[in-house]
Design a protein around this ligand. Structure first.
Ligand code: HEM
Length: 477
């Protein structure tokens, strides 16, 4: 009898739990998206029709899978750099059909939010100008290492002083070394394991990026989700190991120490403090690693395709640096280099979509944004819109930045390689410094052109990157 009532209670609890789960799923997957859609429809905002549960997800997925790759060898490099039409053709279609603002539905979870808002307060001062000046030496050293390695490759090649260099790993190592040393006081070798696992994590997540936008998708125990979980655990262990080693070595003042102090003063339990530390370290590695490496790759590709610009920037570097390593003041004076980097980040912006979620009802101009709505700012669309940049919007023309960003487009906020608003990239100045020092040093030592092996095919795997990597023919000057 007692056992019977025990099972009855258990059954009732299970039923209540199942009912709760059903209500929650119904709300998240059906009621909430429908309510948001209706609120937008009432204001005349339209979009492609989608299915009840998946919205436009399958359409986006198919478009991604069949996106035509802009394949072209070094000899037929496209004059137009309209990567939007290659990578996000459906966006072009929807813009044409539904206007500048359209709605799509794919659920509401943001999957790769890079830093917690409260960490901004801690991180932002770490990248202030005076702090950056202190980082220059480390960046210079990492850039000099790339020069030495390329020199060694040229010596090895012995083909009239020209080497074919696959630059991807060099750019990644440079970026990783700079972040490891400036932010964490460890060398790339110590952090190598973390970077390689992060890259694997990155690639695993990016295989079906759009599906992870569905609420709860990450928690379903699929094979891929289990792989992701295992990798995250390994990354956590590796980061905690580096932190422990740093502690024992008596850490100097660096970003890691700032994060540790913030965790200590937050009054969190040991487990939560560890999670806080690991999350933030992971975010810095993720946010600053691939983005910088891939920007350097695209910049070198474009300088190879446009030798007149390569010569123009090199002349400037030689004139400003006079054989010295580029420092902060010299970098400030390099106008041609700044223009080329700006143009690279416009056409091949590494982060094409900036997601935002409205935490409260808000109004933008005439549009009422209901609480809970996800807003995606499509940087690639904004960066190549002829209404914003003029009829040559898809061409490489660094001179458009002659009078800065404000002079190049109809509104400076429409240029957003580093995002915009309160969550703008905290590492923006740091990244620009890294890129300028590296590119100017490479230009003063080498000339380069695209190797016949290079195939131009930008692809989107969390950042926009060259699908088959970049091979350059590099000659010592
Ligand atoms: C060319 C290189 C880089 C590009 C293109 C880039 C781009 C971006 C973008 C688009 C965002 C999102 C901003 C928004 O949502 O408005 C972001 C956020 C962030 N970036 Fe970067 N980034 C680069 C390098 C770096 C570096 C080197 C670091 C640090 C070492 C860094 C640290 C961060 C952090 C911490 C955030 C999160 C800020 C927040 O959410 O409050 N980034 N970055």
């Amino acid at each position: 009898m007692e056992i019977n009532s025990f099972f009855k209670v258990l059954l009732s609890l299970i039923l209540i739990w199942l009912f709760g789960l059903f209500v929650k799923l119904y709300n998240t997957l059906i009621a909430k998206p429908l309510k948001l859609r209706l609120a937008l429809q009432k204001q005349g905002i339209r979009g492609p029709p989608g299915t009840l549960l998946l919205g436009n997800l399958l359409e986006i997925h198919n478009a991604f899978s069949h996106a035509s790759i802009a394949s072209g060898t070094s000899n037929d490099f496209p004059v137009s750099h309209n990567i939007q039409s290659i990578l996000f053709p459906f966006v072009d279609r929807w813009l044409e059909k539904y206007g500048d603002i359209f709605m799509i539905s794919i659920g509401s979870t943001q999957i790769l939010g890079v830093a917690k808002p409260e960490m901004r307060k801690i991180l932002a001062p770490e990248f202030r100008l005076e702090k950056l000046k202190g980082m220059i030496k480390l960046i210079q050293e990492a850039a000099v290492t790339v020069v030495e390695q390329w020199n060694a490759e040229i010596e090895k090649a012995a083909q009239g002083g020209i080497a074919e260099i696959h630059i991807d790993e060099y750019m990644r190592r440079f970026s990783a070394e700079v972040i490891s040393r400036t932010c964490f006081g460890s060398s790339y070798i110590e952090g190598e394991e973390i970077f390689s696992k992060l890259t694997t994590l990155w690639l695993t997540v990016s295989k079906n990026l759009e599906f992870y936008a569905i609420p709860g998708m990450r928690h379903i125990p699929t094979k891929r989700n289990r792989e992701i979980k295992a990798l995250e655990k390994e990354i956590q262990t590796s980061i905690l190991k580096v932190i422990e080693e740093r502690k024992q070595a008596g850490i100097e003042k660096n970003l890691l120490q700032t994060i540790l102090e913030a965790a200590k003063s937050s009054g969190l339990s040991q487990d939560s403090a560890n999670k806080f530390i690991v999350d933030n370290c992971k975010n810095i590695y993720l946010a600053g690693y691939e983005t910088t490496a891939v920007s350097a790759q695209w910049c070198l590709v474009l300088l190879s395709v446009y030798p007149e610009w390569q010569n123009r920037v090199r002349s400037e570097v030689i004139e400003v640096c006079k054989g010295q390593l580029p420092d902060h003041d010299m970098i400030f004076r390099m106008k041609q280099l700044t223009k080329v980097i700006n143009e690279t980040l416009r056409l091949y912006t590494p982060v094409p979509v900036l997601p935002r979620e409205a935490f409260a009802d808000m109004k933008f101009g005439d549009i009422c944004i209901p609480k809970g709505l996800n807003i995606w700012l499509l940087a690639t669309t904004l960066h190549t819109d002829p209404k914003v940049w003029g009829p040559n919007a898809n061409e490489f023309n660094p001179d458009r930045f002659e009078n800065g960003v404000a002079g190049a487009c109809t509104h400076p906020y429409l240029y957003m390689p580093f995002g915009s608003g309160v969550r703008i990239c905290v590492g923006q100045n740091f990244a620009l410094l890294e890129l300028k020092i590296l590119i100017s040093l490479l230009l003063s030592h080498f000339s380069f052109s695209l190797s016949p092996k290079y195939v131009h095919s930008p692809t989107y795997r969390v950042v926009i990157e060259p699908q088959h990597g970049v091979h350059l023919l590099v000659k010592k000057l």
